[in-house]
Design a protein around this ligand. Structure first.
Ligand code: PGA
Length: 248
């Protein structure tokens, strides 16, 4: 049975009061049967971790440097995330790829730094609207996955998140069938490593997941959870999305 995940990505949203309120809301929620994590902006990781001590919500980062510690102004090294006991980190989010020019090779480097420090990489892949229209979704996803597949061959075990760029923050969600089709393709790509790896790798869907559409998406055979942006800013919504797993 593959591990099921719901991971919140706050992006560049938060302030101290928000963090305190979010944690307070969490305390009122019912337990859920899914692995949960939240990725706040770097400055709030330590505070949020402290506030979530008595919960089973893990802490994640939204990014990491591709290099080890050193003269890289503004970067945050994997060793520092490990020092804060961060469990996982997003890599290759489409906003990083598009707005900050991250390449597939950068993403692979980042994965390596994380793995060396015992942090689980959540590797994001996905096509733009134009690429979907051109019918090249699978080519794009395969290209993004290629260096990761090589790392998996060396023993790295990431989680993959399929996030169609056109569905991120737009309110447009891939239909469960559209998402399932790409998840099946990703799993098939992973068979290049081994059938066991393909079968055991968690593949999450992200892109305008909310409490209304989560259950239908999570009911698909190859969708092992979600990466939640906007809806994760509301702790109650986040938990309702987590509970979507209980409904099937
Ligand atoms: P969204 O973001 O849920 O706001 O679409 C998802 C993501 O970017 O991870």
């Amino acid at each position: 049975m593959r591990k099921k995940w719901v991971i919140g990505n706050w992006k560049m949203n938060a302030h101290s009061d928000f963090v305190a309120e979010w944690a307070e809301q969490v305390a009122k929620q019912q337990a859920v049967d899914v692995a949960m994590a939240v990725c706040p902006p770097f400055p709030y990781i330590a505070t949020l971790k402290q506030k979530l001590t008595n919960t089973n919500i893990q802490l994640g980062a939204q990014n990491v440097a591709a290099t080890d510690e050193g003269a890289y102004t503004g970067e945050v090294a994997a060793t520092m995330l490990a020092d804060l006991e961060v469990s996982l980190a997003l890599v290759g989010h489409s906003e990083r790829r598009t707005l900050f020019g991250e390449t597939n090779e950068d993403v692979a480097e980042k994965c390596q730094r994380l793995a060396e420090n015992g942090i689980l990489p959540i590797v994001c892949v996905g096509e733009t609207h134009a690429e979907r229209e051109q019918g090249v979704t699978e080519n794009v996803v395969a290209e993004q996955l290629a260096p990761i597949v090589e790392l998996i061959k060396t023993g790295l075990r990431p989680v993959i998140a399929y996030e169609p760029v056109w569905a991120i923050g737009t309110g447009l969600t891939a239909t469960p069938e559209q998402a399932q089709a790409v998840h099946t393709f990703i799993r098939q790509e992973l068979t290049k490593v081994s059938a066991e790896v393909a079968e055991s790798t968690s593949i999450l869907y992200g892109g305008s997941v909310n409490r209304d559409n989560a259950a239908a998406l999570f009911s698909q055979a190859d969708i092992d959870g979600g990466l939640i942006g906007g809806a994760s800013l509301d702790a109650e919504h986040f938990f309702t999305i987590c509970q979507a797993f209980n409904s099937h």
